[in-house]
Design a protein around this ligand. Structure first.
Ligand code: C5P
Length: 401
């Protein structure tokens, strides 16, 4: 996997994390990439054109309306002369302008004019990241094929804690490598859609229905499929495990959002539904916090069924993935229930596991699974979830070969 000779257009937007862009330029140069930088006006408050120029050994572009720049290298050419556009850090503001298709500065203009793949590394305050506007912008960008790395979770410059930190430069480099020099694996050229984690179904603005899924197994499957060369879209509910590098991550909260994101991601060759989707949601979640008043009876929750994403992806349709894999987390009569589920849902394979509390599987590191296909049942030994994922990915690759 070599980045030698690849050309990166690095767009540095505003934010305290812009200093990490300097380290990214250094890593890219060391990997043999040519790097050209575009520094947004806000980015220029945090790093100087001179430091980017010294590290990239190339001219740094900062102003859309520089006639000298336009005559040397027009913004259209700038946007297309690279193999990949990387936005690091990607501020909430620039992501919003990308989603809206604005072209109000050089950074936004080259992003709108490009015909090349785009990778964004968001960095912002945790509340800005979690704001529904940013979530909607990220979903729009992911549906258009923009790749995402991070953000990481941790302490923020604003004395808050949570997701919003720029991914570390080595992780951004790994994501760039996965895009530009993917390991030539058996799943190269294939698109895999993976769902992972729980869903949160709101009761009111502060309460929700959830489950104990950690997302570990689904995330490991996404990483294992990417390691075999697949282009992976991971649609994941709220989890704390880190997103795997080199896959496109779409973050959702509810089952309905998960379904919409999956349908947006089609066509796919492979779909693996590992998410623990809530079976029901509250009909008409309250828009204000439900108050408890002394002596009043507790509220009654009126539940309605959620869409069954696995069944919908498995249904015959022109863009049905060739191989659809579901999970069956059961506490009783595992194999019988899983076999019935395979037929009921219409999926090709079911990965069945016993999630009785005594097994420690839900939220734990290991898993004991049975693989049900049309040919029968295979019992796999207890394995770390990463190894279950690797075995499953290898089986998927063999089935599609
Ligand atoms: O019906 P049950 O929840 O047991 O089925 C589990 C399988 O179905 C898992 O693969 C899960 O990801 C998927 N599922 C889904 N959408 C739902 C419910 C389950 O995709 N609403």
């Amino acid at each position: 996997m070599s980045l030698l000779g690849k050309r990166i257009l690095l767009i540095v937007s505003g934010g305290i994390a812009a200093y990490k862009a300097l380290e990214l330029v250094r890593l890219l140069r060391a990997a043999g990439c040519g790097v050209t930088c575009v520094l947004s006006r806000a980015g220029g408050h945090f790093v100087t054109p001179l430091s980017l120029q010294a590290l990239s050994e190339s001219k740094v572009y900062t102003d859309l309306f520089s006639l000298t720049d336009e005559s040397e290298m027009g913004h259209i050419q700038l946007s297309r002369a690279a193999d990949l556009l990387v936005v690091a850090p990607a501020s909430a503001d620039l992501l919003a302008r990308m989603a809206a298709g604005l072209a109000d500065d050089l950074a936004a203009t080259v992003l709108l004019a490009t015909d090349k793949p785009v990778l964004v590394a968001p960095a912002m305050n945790v509340r800005m990241w979690q704001h529904p506007a940013t979530a909607a912008n990220m979903a729009t960008l992911a549906a258009r094929g923009v790749r995402v790395i991070g953000p990481d979770e941790g302490a923020m410059a604003c004395n808050e804690f949570g997701p919003g930190r720029l991914a570390e430069p080595p992780a951004i480099l790994a994501a760039i490598t996965a895009l530009l020099a993917p390991a030539p694996g058996p799943l190269a050229g294939k698109h895999a859609l993976v769902t992972s984690g729980p869903t949160h179904e709101p009761i009111d603005p502060v309460r929700y229905i959830a489950n104990r899924s950690s997302g570990r197994q689904g995330h490991a499957i996404a990483a294992a499929l990417a390691a075999l060369g697949a282009r992976v879209t991971l649609v994941r509910g709220p989890v704390t495990v880190p997103d795997p590098a080199g896959v496109t991550v779409v973050r959702v909260e509810t089952a309905q959002q998960m379904l919409d994101a999956c349908l947006d991601a089609l066509p796919a060759d492979i779909a693996v539904c590992a998410a623990a989707v809530a079976d029901w949601r509250v009909a008409g979640a309250a828009s204000g916090k439900i108050k408890k008043s002394p002596g009043a009876p507790p509220p009654v929750l009126d539940l309605v069924p959620n869409p069954d994403i696995l069944a919908l992806l498995s249904a015959p349709r022109p863009d049905r993935p060739r191989l659809v894999v579901g999970f069956a987390a059961e506490t009783d009569a595992l194999d019988e229930n899983a076999a019935a589920k395979r037929l009921r849902k219409g999926c090709d394979w079911i990965v069945a596991n016993d999630v009785s509390p005594a097994t420690g599987i839900m939220g734990g590191e290991d898993n004991t699974v049975h693989l049900l296909t049309a040919a029968g049942i295979e019992d796999w030994p207890r394995l770390p979830k990463t190894e279950v994922a690797q075995r499953l990915a290898a089986r998927i690759a063999a089935a599609l070969a």
